[in-house]
Ligand binder design. Structure first.
Ligand code: INI
Length: 159
């Protein structure tokens, strides 16, 4: 009952950029593979996918913001791996990455899927980058498609 508005997973004709972090590259390269697979198997063309590499997850929000401001992309996929290890740095990097991506998305109105893993150790990260818990890069790609389509629907609605 009621009126449902839902974005579908048809990526045909969408343009989506990926912002990928080089830090923990063994993990993020698998996330990127998953994200590209998610986009390509849902109808995006290779030429409508761009990848921007940043040094670490802390650098993702600024580049995502700049890419969103170009107006060229229907959605962004943000990829990274913040691994706790021994350092208190973790909380700052993970917190700022999440806050920064969320705020860049709301500021520009361009949906940004959060595919930045935050785990206690490398094993947990790898389990989520093509291991037993799937590939969060792939999942983030589908989120980006669904959100791009949902916003397109919402913005096309007449009062
Ligand atoms: N960046 C990450 O993406 N993952 C991490 O686990 C990480 N750790 O552990 O420090 C990390 N730090 C680098 C950070 O993102 C910035 O690149 C750096 O602080 C320079 O601004």
């Amino acid at each position: 009952p009621g009126f449902h508005i839902k974005g579908n997973l048809n990526g045909h004709g969408l343009r989506i950029a990926i912002v990928a972090s080089k830090f923990n590259h063994n993990v993020t390269s698998s996330l990127l593979e998953g994200a590209r697979e998610g986009l390509l198997t849902h109808g995006l063309e290779e030429r409508d996918i761009a990848v921007a590499w940043v040094p670490g997850s802390l650098e993702v929000p600024l580049v995502a913001l700049e890419m969103a401001r170009t107006g060229r992309w229907d959605a962004l996929v943000c990829l990274g791996a913040v691994i706790r290890g021994e350092t208190a740095h973790f909380d700052y990097v993970a917190g700022e990455a999440a806050r920064g991506v969320a705020s860049a998305s709301r500021e520009t109105g361009v949906p940004m899927a959060f595919g930045i893993l935050t785990t206690d150790n490398m094993e947990q990260a790898l389990e989520r980058a093509g291991g037993k818990w799937g590939n969060k890069g792939y999942d983030a790609a589908l989120t980006a498609i669904e959100m791009a389509n949902l916003l397109r629907l919402l913005r096309g609605m007449e009062s």
